[in-house]
Design a protein around this ligand. Structure first.
Ligand code: PLP
Length: 362
């Protein structure tokens, strides 16, 4: 977590442990902190305070957006084929889901969107930045086409990965619903927010005491919310400088590996990716084995593949991008963030080629 976030939350775990829904002085203090946090989050997302609904993370925000909108008006959902499972599985569970394909770079195919849209469509959900390959999606264009061809549909964007790197308000345009998650930008896990634009209706999924204007019941996670707001403020204030620094580190890492490791390819168009994402594939190498060797070398990476019931499948993102299965099975995602140093990049630049050549020698 960012130090600003830790510092902001500590008093609310100790001497300021009031419940903002109560009536006495300790509660009022917590209510004030909650209101201030809401103002900050609203400012950082260019929303009105009343449009911010605090949730228990990104997954819950995505679920509230999609299921909450469907409960108001049932109809087919349209989402991109590369959505995080928090969106993809939610749309699929609701039934009647139409998948918007992506091109070889992971960008949604806007030419195909009109054939998926008609006035019956209820929800359109396209993420702002992809969590696996880092690609930035044309959400403004998705909003414009939806307004034209499915005027009653609401547009949701999962901005969970985008927020640390991008001006979400500018890129999400007039999207009706925008989800963020604190642990992606230096806040705590288990807290997030959904922006519900004025005039847009979502039915609650969690019923109870009527908190959050009856859109999400449950005693507020005051410490988490206050910490999220502090992390958001620090992220927005430092974003331009941090993005430039991290982009330079990422470029050195990606270029270094592409130049030194034969059979290494980059996934997606780097010019259209968030700065902290380095996604590569290595021919003839299995991700899972690569991760084990890297872990031992102190490089904590992830693969683009998910292991289910013993069988390793390429990720749905790489499959949707049309990356051949053999190549997709050798995927490696190296994520950089505010705490990544030059020394970390140097370590990866020596550990990855060593691990790949060891695996290729069998
Ligand atoms: N959406 C995207 C794009 C994500 O990357 C994640 C987290 O990995 C989520 C949603 C889920 O957020 P949370 O972990 O806060 O539930």
């Amino acid at each position: 977590m960012r130090p600003e976030a830790v510092e902001a939350m500590l008093p609310f775990l100790t001497e300021r442990f009031g419940n903002p829904s109560g009536a006495h002085a300790v509660s009022r203090e917590a209510r004030k902190a909650l209101d201030e946090a809401r103002d900050t989050v609203a400012q950082c997302l260019e929303a009105r305070p009343a449009e911010v609904v605090f949730t228990g993370g990104g997954t819950e925000a995505d679920n509230l957006a999609i299921l909450g909108a469907l409960a108001v008006r049932r109809g087919p959902t349209v989402c991109s084929a590369v959505e995080h499972h928090a969106v993809l599985h939610t749309c699929q569970a609701a039934g009647d889901n139409r998948l918007l394909p992506v091109d070889g770079n992971g960008v949604v195919d806007l030419q195909r969107l009109p054939e998926l849209l008609d006035p019956s469509v209820s929800v359109v959900s396209v993420m702002l930045a992809n969590n696996e390959v880092g690609v930035i999606e044309p959400v403004r264009e998705v909003v414009a086409l939806t307004r034209e061809l499915a005027p009653e549909a609401v547009v949701h964007t999962d901005a969970v990965q985008a927020f640390p790197w991008l001006d979400v308000a500018a890129l999400a345009g007039a999207a009706d619903l925008v989800a963020v998650s604190a642990h992606k930008f230096g806040g705590p896990k288990g807290v997030g927010a959904l922006v519900v634009r004025q005039g847009v209706q979502v039915r609650p999924m969690i019923h109870g005491g009527g908190q959050e204007r009856d859109r999400r019941s449950g005693t507020h996670n005051v410490a988490g919310i206050v910490a999220m707001a502090a992390a958001m403020r620090a992220t927005v204030d430092g974003r331009a400088a941090e993005v430039a620094r991290i982009r330079a580190l990422r470029d050195r890492l990606a270029d270094g590996l592409l130049a030194t490791v034969p059979g290494c390819a980059e996934t997606g168009d780097r010019a259209n990716k968030i700065a902290g994402n380095c996604h590569l594939t290595f021919d003839g190498v299995e991700s899972e084995e690569l991760l084990v060797l890297l872990d031992a070398a102190g490089v904590y990476a992830s693969a683009g593949s998910a292991c289910a019931s013993g069988a390793v499948d390429p990720s749905h993102v790489m499959a949707a991008m049309g990356v051949p299965r053999a190549r997709a099975l050798g995927a490696l995602r190296l994520s950089l963030g505010p705490r990544t140093t030059e020394a970390d990049v140097e370590l990866a630049l020596s550990a990855v080629p060593a691990a790949v050549s060891r695996l290729r020698q069998g």
